[in-house]
Design a protein around this ligand. Structure first.
Ligand code: P5A
Length: 437
């Protein structure tokens, strides 16, 4: 993509309304634009990151046999009257009336809807187990939407739902999600720490939140040091085997947030204790028959006896992750995207767009990188070098390839790594080899 043609409305000034760094950087880097409180439009650069996060989440859900569906954003109130949550949910629920005076709502979550879908066709134990998910916008009329996409009113969530015959099988589904979440977040360059949590309006008696460390996080975290260096993405895990030992490995060590913290346990940990702030990027729940009972998800077991299906639900804050990743990965100059979610792999800078030789060398590099399938953002504008560098740092692409007349005379271009700041003069061929590899 040529920057001269790209829609990238960057801001030079720091927007006054933004309280935290990710919000400031997302506005400055032209990723989002506020529509109304807690509701945002996603502009091209932000949209690419959102889609990259979505892709990783989707791949990891598919990898554990979770099947993708797409449910609507607008739901009938009657479904929620059946579960009893229509009145319980309170003012956070956006209630709508259609032209026939039917009560509708903009879904804050989809337990009722998926249970109704499943119950409509499930007849016997042969229909189980099932794992279903979708990636869909939610609406929660938060009292204080703030921090940009981190606490929005409209936000994108991956929500999955499990259906099992008995509590043991339901626990296995829960464990599959637990382990898959560790991998999902790690692939995005994040260390997520699972912590026992309250179930709130979703209900149930087993629940874990996944928090990532960031100085500006809303929760106060304390945990065992071990959590910081556990690595998951490359572990080969057979999700059909008993995953309880892996889950135990994570849950037996101390990790707690806010009011769940235990001063005695923390003291006992001594220098093994880490305290920090965290952002909740995922939350999983096992709630048994809370919804299946009310919405009639009942099947016949092997003996023909009727049993109420055991369920759980599993959320990831997809749009929140865009902000959370920036909170965890930025510096004074701007965003530092982890490779896996970066909107482009390389920013190619033509330092002298008016100069024929520099422009033809840059155009040539652009064509070769694009032909090799590398995502390149090519700054071909006639702007000052200082402004080009500042904007490229701001938008945080992992690599910068800088082409200028002086280097070209010596047959080199400059390759800069955004995260380390390391710069190297390399030949055009070796720059290509490094970036295409
Ligand atoms: C689990 C899936 C649920 O809603 N029902 C379906 C369950 N859980 S949750 O914890 O309430 O939300 C799941 C994740 O969504 C993100 N999230 C938000 N992101 C941005 N703005 C918000 N206002 C917001 N509220 C929740 C969080 O990452 C949360 O873990």
């Amino acid at each position: 993509m040529r920057l001269s043609q790209y829609f990238l409305p960057t801001l030079k000034e720091t927007p006054a309304e933004a309280e935290i760094v990710s919000h400031r950087l997302m506005l400055r880097a032209g990723m989002i634009r506020q529509s109304s409180a807690g509701i945002y439009s996603w502009l091209p650069l932000g949209f690419r990151v959102l889609k990259n996060i979505e892709r990783i989440v989707r791949e990891e859900q598919n990898a554990i046999g979770c099947q993708e569906v797409l449910m609507p954003t607008i739901q009938p109130a009657d479904l929620w009257r059946q579960s009893g949550r229509y009145d319980d949910y309170g003012p956070e629920m956006l209630r709508i009336r259609d032209r026939r005076d039917r009560d509708m709502l903009y879904g804050p979550t989809n337990e009722e809807q998926i249970t109704e879908i499943f119950a409509a066709s499930a007849r016997s134990y042969r229909d189980l187990p099932k794992l279903l998910y979708h990636i869909q916008w939610k609406f929660r009329d938060e009292i204080r939407p703030r921090f940009g996409v981190m606490r929005g009113r409209e936000f994108l969530m991956k929500d999955a739902y499990s259906f099992d015959l008995d509590a043991a099988a339901a626990r296995h589904s829960y464990n599959k999600m637990f382990v898959s979440y560790l991998r999902t977040f790690e692939r995005m360059g994040l260390t997520a720490i699972p912590m026992a949590a309250d179930t709130g309006p979703i209900g149930g008696d087993l629940s874990h939140e996944f928090l990532i460390l960031a100085d500006t996080g809303e929760s106060e975290i304390a945990c065992h040091r071990d959590f910081l260096d556990k690595r998951w993405a490359n572990r080969d895990i057979d999700f059909d085997t008993d995953l309880q030992p892996i889950v135990d490995e994570f849950t037996r060590q101390y990790a707690a947030t806010d009011e769940k913290r235990d001063p005695a346990k923390e003291q006992a940990l001594g220098d093994q204790l880490v305290t920090a702030r965290g952002i909740e990027v995922g939350h999983i729940f096992y709630f048994g028959t809370k919804y299946s009972e009310k919405l009639g998800a009942i099947v016949a077991d092997r003996d023909g006896k009727e049993v109420t299906v055991e369920m759980g639900s599993y959320g990831i804050g997809v749009s929140r992750l865009v902000g959370a990743i920036i909170e965890a990965s930025h510096d004074n100059a701007g965003i530092v995207w982890p490779e896996a979610v970066a909107p482009f792999h390389v920013g190619l800078i033509n330092l002298k767009a008016g100069d024929t030789a520099t422009t033809s060398a840059s155009d040539d590099l652009y064509a070769k990188l694009a032909a090799a399938g590398v995502a390149v953002l090519y700054d071909d504008r006639e702007e000052r070098a200082g402004q080009k560098f500042a904007e490229m740092d701001l938008i945080g692409l992992p690599w910068q390839l800088i082409v200028g007349p002086r280097g070209l005379e010596k047959g080199v271009v400059e390759l800069k790594n955004r995260a380390s700041g390391a710069r190297e003069d390399v030949s055009v061929d070796s720059a290509l080899a490094r970036l295409v590899g």
